[in-house]
Write a protein that binds this ligand. Structure first.
Ligand SMILES: [Zn+2]
Length: 252
């Protein structure tokens, strides 16, 4: 018997599970020895998408239509059916990811974003108290980054926004310069609200650097750590700029 097995066997002899066979003792002990003391906490950072009402603004529709007709004469017990649906969905509803193709004709679309870019460690920037007339300032961004333990090359960065729901171009440029791979906000976007030129200055700052943007994140206030593991997984659709996705944070 090897040393570890003999140790386990000697521990097993003192367990008060006399009715169990020896191999059950072993499996219990191995379970106790290998089970992590704290199981990771999953936090869903995704908004629930509700189908829109008939009087909803045309821009952000989510309509679900029946795609199958019931076979005539088919008997089904109460509570059962067999459905498939046609979904009319504006692709920027709810928590969604925007790829460079959103603003750049030759930018990467949903099918061209690698899993490496969508999963990894994220720094959560708490910008809830960052009041600024023209977008969260460079100084406010740097202070939030420092409080989060810094932004590292290859990080995902999520901004927890307050009343100032978007970034100044200087603040966002500094985040991009840290070498991040994915950006997210719990507001409706990062664009300059006072810019009426539709030049998409802030979007292009990200997209020209190959950085996708997640908008309308949810539940960032449920995170207890400023660095978390993120899994952000959109469906890879060729030729599409944006789509709703599920974003999950794992705290260990
Ligand atoms: Zn969008």
């Amino acid at each position: 018997m090897c040393e570890v097995a003999s140790d386990i066997a000697s521990i097993a002899r003192f367990l008060p599970i006399t009715a169990c066979p020896y191999d059950t003792h072993l499996s219990i002990i191995i379970h106790l020895l290998t089970e992590p003391t704290m199981s990771p906490k999953l936090v869903d950072l995704t908004q629930i998408i509700e189908p829109t009402r008939a009087d909803a603004e045309r821009k952000f529709v989510v309509n679900i239509h029946n795609a199958l007709h019931e076979v005539e004469g088919k008997q089904r017990p109460a509570g059962e059916w067999y459905i498939m649906s046609d979904v009319e969905l504006m692709n920027h509803v709810g928590t969604h990811i925007e790829t460079p193709f959103h603003c750049l004709k030759d930018g990467a679309d949903l099918s061209q974003i690698s899993l490496d870019q969508l999963c990894g460690e994220a720094a959560i920037l708490d910008l809830r108290n960052a009041e600024a007339e023209f977008g969260v300032t460079l100084e406010q961004v740097q202070a939030a980054a420092e409080a989060a333990g810094g932004i590292r090359r290859g990080d995902i960065v999520f901004g927890q926004m307050g009343n100032t729901r978007y970034f100044s171009t200087e603040g966002l440029r500094w985040i991009v310069e840290q070498g991040i791979k994915l950006m997210g906000v719990d507001s409706g976007g990062v664009e300059l609200s006072h810019d009426t030129t539709h030049a998409n200055v802030n979007h292009l700052l990200l997209f020209r650097a190959g950085i996708p943007l997640i908008e309308n994140l949810a539940n960032l206030d449920q995170l207890t750590q400023s660095r978390v593991q993120i899994y952000a997984l959109p469906i890879p659709v060729r030729g599409l700029d944006a789509f709703p996705l599920r974003v999950v944070a794992v705290e260990g």
